[in-house]
Write a protein that binds this ligand. Structure first.
Ligand code: CU
Length: 141
């Protein structure tokens, strides 16, 4: 049993190593999305929430202009949310998205920077959704 456990651990480490190597290659799901400014000055984009991902997972917006994100959840059972936290407190977004629902959130980032987007849902004692890869990046320029 113990040997099997060690082998399983080695296998896990190997797969993590491969993932890290792959992460240096450009991937489609990780391609940054430059959010376009509409005629009314609002930067609009749609983000799909799945288990366990955001698509797209890297949004680039301009500071000082309103952002409107349409969050669409394709899963039916697992609860997800969409959180952006700026350590300085200027930007704080926390939105639950319930089964099959679409929610629109609006905020205006004032400071340039790179902020993590993540889902903090977790079914104890399993890892959080963020740990399972449900995270992204908001880049404010
Ligand atoms: Cu989630």
């Amino acid at each position: 049993m113990r040997l099997l456990h060690i082998l399983a651990t080695v296998g896990l480490l190997t797969s993590v190593g491969i993932t890290i190597v792959d992460a240096t290659e450009p991937s489609q799901s990780g391609a940054p999305l430059m959010v376009l400014v509409a005629a009314d000055g609002v930067q609009r984009a749609t983000v799909t929430l799945d288990s366990y991902s955001y698509t797209p997972n890297h949004l680039i917006v301009e500071a000082g202009k309103p952002v409107e994100l349409t969050l669409t959840r394709v899963t039916t059972m697992i609860p997800h949310n969409f959180i952006i936290k700026d350590p300085t407190g200027r930007l704080s977004v926390e939105q639950d998205v319930s089964a099959g629902k679409t929610v629109t959130i609006a905020f205006t980032p004032t400071q340039p920077g790179t902020f993590p987007i993540y889902c903090d849902k977790r079914l104890w004692p399993l890892p959080s959704h963020r740990d399972k890869g449900m995270e992204g990046t908001l880049e404010v320029r």
